[in-house]
Design a protein. Structure first.
Length: 238
């Protein structure tokens, strides 16, 4: 029974978006979960780029999915389903901004996967701390961008959409996408420098475990411990 269940999940996971939509409309609403899991990250990222608040973005995503489900029969297949869904999420986000007069709230998002995510697998604690600090700096810099630039940067650089797909999702010209992306990169560069410039002398530090490791390995090579020549105790000045 469990094998059948696993095989069924594997099979449905291979379905195209259009096939899932068709089967949902034909009476298999539970399959809508496939679409949600497939696009949760993208919708979070694009809505987060508009409202700059994690909890607000999650709430908007839920509304967007409900809206999409309720109007699923209006999906005509002329554009990709992912584009159609992304546009709904963007509409919901901007509607929320207009409705409650949203004020930007500082918050650190949970960006996973590609782009800004720094994989911690196989990295030592020191490297993981560095990754986490870098992630925070990047996200703080990202949050300083104007809304229009954030959305373009998020879709192009982090989600990896093409210029044409980004233009369609945001309903702007491809030239506008290129212009906003170029300006977003410039602003991010300036902001990152302002955030870390004062501490530039702290960059490329060789401290902690790395320092200890090199000291120990060099001592092992240059001093062969003997009874007459024991290895002196090391001092940790790193």
């Amino acid at each position: 029974m469990m094998v059948d269940e696993t095989d069924n999940k594997a099979t449905t996971a291979l379905l195209s978006d259009e096939e899932v939509v068709r089967r949902v409309l034909e009476g298999e609403p539970a399959l809508f979960e496939i679409l949600m899991r497939r696009y949760n990250q993208r919708l979070f990222r694009v809505t987060r780029s508009i409202v700059s608040n994690d909890l607000e973005a999650e709430d908007i995503i839920q509304d967007a999915y409900v809206r999409a489900y309720e109007h699923l029969n209006q999906f005509e297949g002329r554009a990709r389903f992912s584009t159609w869904l992304t546009k709904i999420a963007i509409y919901e986000a901007y509607a929320r901004v207009r409705r409650i007069g949203y004020q930007k709230v500082d918050s650190i998002s949970v960006l996973e996967g590609q782009g800004m995510h720094m994989k911690a697998k196989g990295r030592d604690p020191e490297e993981q701390i560095y990754d986490g600090e870098l992630k925070i700096v990047l996200e703080k810099a990202f949050d300083t961008l104007p809304h229009d630039y954030r959305s373009v940067f998020m879709l192009r650089e982090i989600e990896g959409l093409s210029t044409a797909e980004t233009a369609e999702c945001l309903e702007i010209s491809e030239e506008n996408v290129k212009t906003r992306l170029h300006r977003a990169r410039g602003l991010l560069q300036q902001e990152l420098y302002s955030l870390v410039g004062a501490n530039a002398n702290l960059a490329f530090q060789f401290l902690g475990n790395r320092c200890d490791r090199v000291v120990e390995r060099v001592l092992e090579r240059i001093l062969k411990p003997t009874k007459q020549n024991p290895v002196p105790p090391t001092t940790n000045e790193c």
